[in-house]
Write a protein that binds this ligand. Sequence first.
Ligand code: OXD
Ligand code: MN
Length: 594
Amino acid sequence: MAGRSDNKTMQDWVKEMAEMCQPDSIYWCDGSDEEAAKLTKEALASGELIELNQELLPGCVYHRTALNDVARTENLTFVCTDVKDDATPINNWKSREDGYAECREFFKGSMKGRTMYVVPFSMGPVGSPFAKYGIELTDSIYVVLNMKIMTHMGQKVLDAVGANGEFTKCLHSKAQLDLEKRRIMHFPEDNTIWSVNSGYGGNVLLGKKCLALRIASWLGKKEGWMAEHMLILGVEYPDKHIEYLAAAFPSACGKTNLAMLIPPEGLKAKGFKVWTVGDDIAWLRVGEDGRLWAVNPEAGCFGVAPGTSMKTNPNMMLAVQKNTIFTNVLLKDDGTVWWEGHDDPAPAHGIDWTGKEWTPDTKDKDGKPVDGANANSRFTVPIKQVPCVSSEVDNPKGVPISAFVFGGRRARLAPLVYQATDWEHGTYVGATMASERTAAQYGKQGEVRRDPMAMAPFVGYAMGDYFQHWLDMGKKIKNPPKIFNVNWFRRDENNKFMWPGYGDNMRVLEWILDRCRGDVDAVETPIGFVPKESDIDTTGLDIKPETMKALLAIDTKEWEVECDGVEEFFKSLGPRVPKEMFSQLEALRARLKK
Ligand code: OXD
Ligand code: MN
């Protein structure tokens, strides 16, 4: 049975959008499994999806995007507001009027010959005080099926919105997948998102980056809460007590792996366990107890496939054995899938993400080996299939956060871990995060980019105001999380990673949470508190004491250069950067000089 709503505003809006896009028909989704089965069948028949081996991968399907449509297109993503300075300088900006006018041309008649699906979804458990409701209109079955995994979707949302409730108006059309006419537009003042000419997840699953980060960050500033690009995990102590932390890393820096890590043997033997609440986004509110409480607004994971293996992320490998949508990976002859970094050796033959015959010897016209899977190929999987999913994942109240962890990919400079002295310093630490570019964005890989709180592509308003919002929140939280920075990616003079990473990162999390519990002290340095070497448990790890020393070392000369880079960055953000950020910078410079 199709979805039903008596919300007149919603019905009028659907009608108006349909008049512009001119679909052949309109279908209101109810979110049922029967509906998903029917739509899957249709998409298999049209070729939008390919069926995988149902014995080996039950419920799994495969999808290829257009060749020019494999990642988020930040250069085509806009925040459209009345006042330009409310959105810039990091966001691309258009006035509301110009944003609508330009896109209207691209949407006109874009759904001819297709069905418009009306997808009611909730970010956050339906009925939770955190929840935000949205309706996505789309002409893509791939989008509908992904939304069913990634959000809480269906009739229950229409019921919760009721006749008068608010919802974010999301419009998506693949149109002709024309890169020239691709636009991802946010109208925070109208609680509206328009996305056209793309079929890539980050651009078209409008509940995720568009609503749960860009629009939500705007709402959070207005309403006094936070929408952050953070995983949420719980660490269970031997005494069964669970401490939660939230961590922000730029795209494709191993966030999904960290969210579901398996502690190394020594720590497992001590009784530590990790429980996953979320792998990408956290919404945080101040609770009655004065702590910050977090929910994961999503219901699924949209993870990067290459590099995922039983070594890097066994929980995820187990999760993606059923009911998973694979996008742009290599399709094997037996109807299963493979990607670079998979546990299995490369198959002798397959069809690559571009739809071409592939063997491990395939080379491009310059003689370079060709990958079978796109570097940003993905799997979409219900979070409940992750074996270590937290029992709190649907708790409408969320979980209390003891620590915030920031991190980036820095070959030098940042030590393995350090702790900020207080909330304001922590805000500075987050604001000055930087990382090397990854495959999740178009552009040159390897280049260093400043990425405050890993939110550079996702803050729906001016970055200076966002820093101010962090400072304002600090004043409201009586028992704020402690703030840390980690760097798993430090390299030695031979350019080799010094830290093993993956499950061994638990050794660092243990120190972080011990700091929160007041169980361990630290060395005070100009940049913050750093562990004593002996306080990171390296039992069973083949790591030399001098490597540990190098991992925790601070080179004041390098940090002085970093300060110059930070100053330049803050200045580039214009006059809205709070003065506290500049005083933090000057205080750091003074400490480095001492
Ligand atoms: C993601 C991203 O897909 O951050 O999560 O790009
Ligand atoms: Mn992300």
